[in-house]
Design a protein around this ligand. Structure first.
Ligand code: NAD
Length: 488
């Protein structure tokens, strides 16, 4: 087992080689649990580096697309095996770089392994249909072709799963890839790339360029040789990336923010509902696009639910994700901590009532990390910022309602539509929720979250550009359809 070493210097991976940025610059990736620890030094690349990576990917595309799906799949199987063997090292890099607890990081890494295996198998599945022609001497069918070079722009919150769930389908369907990870988690991205290198991926097929979003991400979105851009991140950046791709006729896929509700009906099992609210809202320090944010409770059970929730929140142990007793780590970076604190202030300024948390922890042992207490508000109304905007932190807003109908109205009163949950035992309530809830992921008696990797993932409204990731749905984005008409 390779162990993770801090303070190493990392490079870009271009055309099968580790190369320093042409700018000659690197920057430290900081441990959010202890700002004094440098996890590694990562390249601050320039546009020239990105251009080299795109050129390498373009050159490699010709041979890569001519391999059979099974041959491409073999590389993914190999990469899965290497990642599985190196899972502890990769998970440690993730925990040190962005703060989620080690068990969560390990779970995410193993999900990356499973995604690679799933898409390796996809290389053997059908990619077209025969369509009956009205001409008895003709054959008409569809076939799918790769987009060419795909640009992957990834966020820091799932630094293994998201790059892999974009890269694996891109590769299996015959595209080559340039990955631009979030700069905050570039060390973790380099670890993924090491796994592909060890798996023997051909030069140029998968490239890594680290740097600022405004420089490298922007140049990738605008590059004329990039046939498709798949982006996950904030709405603000997503809109720009989409506009840049649209302007030059490239395909784009945007997965963006969320403001995810959980509805607690009066007949819900309240213990399970509390558990789901805490897990869905506070795991990963609330930094999940699917994190529970609005907790909408039928008034009849409001007080009981609130008491149970608050008593369990007192038990949550904050701490360095590397320590076995920690349940919740820090925010992933200082900017994120400041955003969360400013929303907590806004919540109070706008008239919501703070029930728990609301500040950085008092424990002096946590002073060097970007920690914030798990926070609960009540008296939250739909017009308030904390009920409308994505906070991306451990903040729950309790909102009582008088009926299921009102609950769904409040749940839908947001610009986002990613994940939504209801806890109830009533089949009628479940069916109404499935029918009326505007969200891409609708979950019954399960916390707000993503879904299993073989099912489509994505949002409605401002959460997404409405294409879907994961599972077989991914083929829609990563290929173009050719309709073929053959006459004898
Ligand atoms: P972000 O938008 O700041 O950054 C995402 C990526 O875009 C990073 O790689 C960044 O470097 C790059 N980027 C920044 N500016 C750019 C520009 N001008 N042009 C091109 N690329 C640029 O997001 P983040 O802070 O890394 O992640 C948090 C956000 O991601 C949240 O809004 C969260 O909801 C969202 N998210 C969504 C999903 C989903 O599947 N819907 C999953 C995870 C995270």
């Amino acid at each position: 087992m390779t162990t993770f070493q801090v303070e190493q210097t990392y490079s870009n991976y271009i055309n099968g080689e580790w190369v320093k940025a042409t700018t000659g610059e690197t920057e430290p990736s900081i441990n959010p649990a202890n700002r004094k620890q440098v996890v590694g030094y990562v390249p601050t690349s320039g546009v020239e580096d990105l251009n080299q990576a795109v050129a390498a990917a373009k050159a490699a595309a010709k041979d890569w697309r001519r391999l059979t799906g099974a041959e491409r799949g073999n590389y993914l199987f190999q990469a899965a095996n290497v990642l599985e063997r190196r899972a502890d090292e990769v998970a440690e890099a993730m925990t040190r770089e962005m703060g989620k607890t080690l068990p969560e990081a390990k779970g995410e890494t193993m999900r990356g392994v499973a995604i690679l295996r799933y898409y390796a198998g996809e290389g053997m599945r059908k990619t077209g249909d025969v369509i009956p022609s009205t001409d008895s001497e003709a054959l008409m069918f569809t076939t799918r072709v790769p987009l060419g070079v795909v640009g992957v722009i990834a966020p820091w919150n799932f630094p293994v799963a998201i790059p892999i769930w974009k890269t694996a389908p891109a590769l299996i369907y015959g595209n080559t890839v340039v990955l631009k990870p979030a700069q905050e988690t570039a060390v973790t991205a380099a670890k993924i790339m090491e796994c592909f290198e060890e798996a023997g991926i051909p030069a140029g097929v998968l490239n890594l360029v680290c740097g600022r979003g405004s420089v490298i991400g922007n140049a990738l979105a605008e590059h004329p040789d990039v046939g498709g851009i798949t982006f996950t991140g904030s709405n603000e950046v997503g809109k720009r990336v989409g506009a840049a791709a649209l302007a030059r006729g490239a395909k784009y896929q945007l997965e963006m923010g969320g403001k995810n509700p959980i509805i607690i009906a009066a007949d819900a099992d309240l213990d399970l509902a509390v558990e789901a609210t805490i897990s869905g809202g506070l795991k990963s320090t609330g930094q999940k696009c699917t994190a529970t944010s609005k907790v909408i409770i039928e008034r009849k059970v409001y007080d009981v639910f609130k008491e149970k929730l608050l008593s369990q929140i007192q038990e949550i142990r904050l701490g360095d994700g590397m320590a076995s007793g920690s349940w919740m780590g820090p925010c992933a970076n200082e900017g994120q901590l400041n955003t969360v604190l400013s929303y907590i202030q806004k919540g109070q300024d706008e008239g919501a009532v703070l029930l728990a948390g609301g500040k950085r922890p008092d424990d002096p042992g946590l002073a060097e990390g970007f920690y914030v207490q798990p926070t609960v508000f009540e008296g939250v109304e739909s017009h308030m910022s904390i009920a409308r905007e994505e906070i991306f932190g451990p903040v729950l807003a309790l909102m009582p309602v008088d009926s299921l109908e009102e609950a769904i109205e409040v749940a839908n009163d947001t610009d986002y539509g990613l994940s939504a949950s209801i806890y109830t035992q009533n089949v009628g309530a479940m069916l109404s929720f499935i029918r009326d809830m505007d969200a891409g992921l609708v979950r019954i008696n399960a916390e707000t979250a993503g879904v299993e990797l073989q099912a489509p993932f994505g949002g409605m409204k401002m959460s997404s550009s409405h294409s879907r990731e994961q599972g077989q749905a991914a083929i829609e984005f990563f290929t173009a359809i050719k309709t073929v008409f053959v006459k004898s």
